[in-house]
Design a binder for this molecule. Structure first.
Ligand code: GLN
Ligand code: ZN
Length: 764
């Protein structure tokens, strides 16, 4: 008999109930008990959804972040939140976001804000966790209240509970030693607390504990491999059984290490690495449970159940009771419930599975294994029909797109002349001053702008009114930029709700869910569009708005597009062809847009690749392959233009020292990047690698409401000019201004323009 379980469930709620409750609590509009009530209702509902499983996860729920919760469990919240009054919950929020609910009365003074913890991406997902902080003097102390109370809650609902914790090695690996000390030296201090935690769970009669160690799917140095052995040797005497869970990819060279750990079971991602699973099986001691993640927890497609069974049945015969099945990873990374969708295209919906549906698939697989396929015949038939329908649908496959892809030539990805020649031709008509100023694309998205878009979307206003309203906003942006004295202008992106959705909605091959929210961090969610078919651009998407903007000014207007790699990385993408192929299709569509803009007289074009870096695979060994096709897609999009046309790109990160060569290889004429918060740390990259083209390191931190001073910006620029030849330096903010107020943007950009003028004067 195969055992079924789940590694984690989305906690935000099918209607984002948790988001709204949290935000109300932070504003002081909802009391603590009501917030906790919403949370426990959500847990109850989510456990009900999982009640058909043999074991349900407990402790995967979090009010903010599971890594931060683990820090609290281990008594490792940063020093700076010690000594506050009130509920421990508020300290969690202080670490997460710098502040909790507004303190009142006698504590209004003492219980204010602190520096928020650093946030970073959870492996290669779009989920962000709060980085644990360490120093040489870090001490740990167990606080199991959260986990134990949720355990009681689950059991009172009649469930067989499997507590979920983050394993000691992954916990250390994900954290940061603030004093530069060796994190691994803390392992000896950490393990007794883990032992106490396991003992506390054993005392509650818990049978199995899921210990997440996803770091096992990355390349591990010798010390980290040794840490695994040390840690699990120490925990082997626990009175609970440990299921060490790896996910987000195959174990590869870490398989012997994982298989050899003295634990009762191992969970592995079995979606893409079937050979690896067979190898692992041969390494695994005959007493151990092998949990196979056979339903993809990262995408939204139905599983081909028959294909899985064909593979799984012989394994089940071999493993017997030792086989467990589950989704590949926590379902945190998919939306909750497909049944909520009312407006999603019916045909496409029939190909999809969200969290609840994925658990249904696990149940069908288990029944087929335990009682024979006959017992779930109709389910298997329906699944088969859906899989075939998707494969054969004319909406998925477009022969014209395939032909266009086959017809791509190497020339199409090469600019006609090298950068130096292009730069001279561009300078001849652009006639820009030294230290030219520009912005990254969006201007403040005011309440009126959002309202106009939503009225248009819901049919409350017609096309003509909508156009008039957006044009009015564009005119305002142009006027303000002229008054500010910026050199290269933008139209402001008032028509865009989101830089991916805007293009996705106009491209064939994309679908949109209504409630397909996935947690990004804390109360923030994203609703990734669904890329289901071959991508085609029926008509120009941005040309009208940009040419309208250009018609209002003699200054150069910069056309604004999202690049193919970012469109790909911020969507749910099809699993029936390699990501690289989908990316090339997107590149071809965006290339047409670039060429249409150029034909319409737009001669400065920015192609945003905000998400290029975050698409890097978890294993460094695979980086080059990704960079090759990602950079290739950008080049295909951008490089069909004349020498005189200036291509910009923009990226939202400062940490690209290790991929500098690939970025240079994109061959954009100008690249703008986020840097101001890190005090131009990025520039270190230029010590080892000379970026050959023009570059605009962001000098205004748009993530903060603070207005930078002229002197501050000038100092940043001077610093940049030490490493980058001044004639190749641009002056711009870190990122788009859509989240800021006009009242912040105007003084900040005024200071930016003044700083650029100061440097020009100094150079003259
Ligand atoms: N052009 C986009 C904007 O300004 C870029 C956003 C981004 O890089 N995330 O909003
Ligand atoms: Zn950005």
């Amino acid at each position: 008999m195969a055992t079924t379980h789940n590694l984690g469930f989305p906690r935000i709620g099918a209607r984002r109930e948790l988001k709204f409750a949290l935000e109300a609590y932070w504003k002081g509009e909802l009391c603590r008990d009501d917030l906790l009530g919403v949370a426990s209702d959500l847990r109850r509902r989510h456990w009900q959804d999982q009640a058909g499983l043999d074991l349900v996860p407990v402790g995967d729920f979090s009010l903010y972040d599971q890594v931060l919760d683990m820090s609290a469990t281990l008594g490792n919240l940063p020093e700076r939140v010690h000594g506050f009054h009130g509920d421990p919950l508020d300290n969690i929020f202080r670490v997460a976001r710098g502040r909790s609910a507004p303190a009142s009365g006698e504590h209004a003074e003492c219980c204010g804000g602190v520096a928020a913890g650093e946030m970073t991406k959870w492996f290669d997902t779009n989920y962000h966790y709060i980085v644990p902080e360490f120093s040489a003097s870090t001490r740990f102390a167990l606080d199991a209240t959260r986990l134990l109370s949720q355990l009681v809650e689950a059991r009172s609902q009649g469930l067989r509970a499997k507590p979920v914790i983050i394993g000691p090695v992954t916990y250390l690996a994900l954290g940061k030693a603030k004093d530069g000390s060796d994190k691994l030296a803390l392992l000896e201090r950490l393990l007794p607390v883990y032992a106490d935690l396991l003992e506390a769970l054993a005392a509650e009669g818990v049978a199995w504990v899921q210990v997440d160690e996803p770091i096992l799917v990355t390349e591990l140095g010798t010390e980290w491999r040794r840490a695994f052995t040390t840690a699990y040797d120490r925990l082997r005497s626990a009175r609970v059984k440990l299921l060490v869970a790896s996910y987000f990819g195959p174990l590869q060279e870490n398989a012997p290490l994982a298989a050899g750990l003295p634990v009762a079971g191992l969970h592995v991602d079995a979606v893409n690495d079937r050979d690896g699973v067979l190898d692992l099986l041969n390494m695994l001691d005959a007493s151990k449970v092998l949990s196979l993640g056979v339903v993809n927890g990262r995408n939204i497609w139905k599983t081909d159940l028959t294909a899985v069974l064909d593979w799984l049945e012989p394994l089940a015969a071999r493993l017997g009771e030792r086989l467990w099945i589950a989704p590949s990873c926590s379902l945190l990374h998919v939306p909750v419930d497909l049944d909520s969708e009312q407006r999603l295209d019916r045909e496409i919906a029939s190909w999809l599975a969200f969290a609840r549906q994925k658990l249904g698939e696990v149940a069908v697989l288990a029944t087929a294994l335990n009682r024979g396929r006959e017992a779930v015949r109709s389910e298997l038939e329906a699944n088969r029909a859906a899989i075939t329908a998707r494969r054969d649908s004319p909406r998925v496959s477009n022969p014209a797109v395939k032909a266009a892809l086959a017809g791509i030539t190497a020339e199409q990805s090469r600019r006609r002349s090298p950068y130096a020649v292009r730069a001279a031709r561009q300078a001849a008509w652009l006639k820009l001053p030294a230290f030219p100023t520009t912005t990254i694309g969006s201007f403040p998205q005011t309440a009126e702008v959002r309202q106009v878009r939503s009225q248009f979307k819901t049919g409350k206003i017609g096309q003509a009114d909508y156009r008039r309203a957006i044009e009015k906003e564009i005119a305002r942006c142009v006027r303000e930029q002229e008054a500010l004295g910026l050199d290269v202008l933008v139209h402001g992106e008032a028509e865009r709700n989101d830089m991916v959705e805007y293009f996705g909605e106009q491209l064939e091959g994309y679908a949109f869910s209504q409630f397909g929210w996935v947690q990004s961090y804390g109360s923030r969610c994203v609703k990734p569009p669904i890329l289901f078919g071959d991508i085609r651009r029926p008509k120009a998407m941005t040309v009208d708005w940009i040419t309208y903007a250009q018609s209002l000014t003699d200054k150069p207007m910069k056309g604004m597009l999202t690049g193919p790699v970012t469109l790909l990385n911020w969507s749910f993408v099809r699993d029936d062809q390699p990501r690289s192929v989908s990316c090339r299709q997107l590149a071809l569509a965006m290339r047409e847009e670039v060429l249409d803009l150029e034909r319409a007289g737009v001669r400065v074009i920015q192609i945003d690749e905000a998400a290029l870096r975050e698409g890097l695979p978890l294993r460094r060994a695979q980086w080059q392959e990704y960079l090759d096709w990602a950079v290739g897609a950008f080049r295909l999009t951008a490089n069909g233009v004349a020498d005189e046309t200036q291509i910009h790109t923009h990226m939202c990160y400062s940490n690209f020292n290790d991929i500098m060569a690939a970025i240079a290889d994109m061959d954009a004429d100008v690249i703008t990047i986020e840097t101001s918060r890190s005090d131009m740390e990025l520039l270190d990259a230029f010590d080892d690698f000379r970026y050959p083209n023009e570059i605009g390191p962001g000098v205004y931190d748009i993530h903060s409401p603070n207005i930078p001073s002229v002197e501050h910006i000038a100092a940043l620029l001077r610093k940049a000019a030490e490493r980058i030849p001044p004639e190749r330096l641009w002056v711009n903010p870190d990122c788009g201004l859509k989240t800021r107020q006009w009242s912040e943007v105007i003084p900040a950009l005024t200071a930016m323009v003044a700083a650029a003028r100061m440097l020009r004067a100094a150079m003259a």
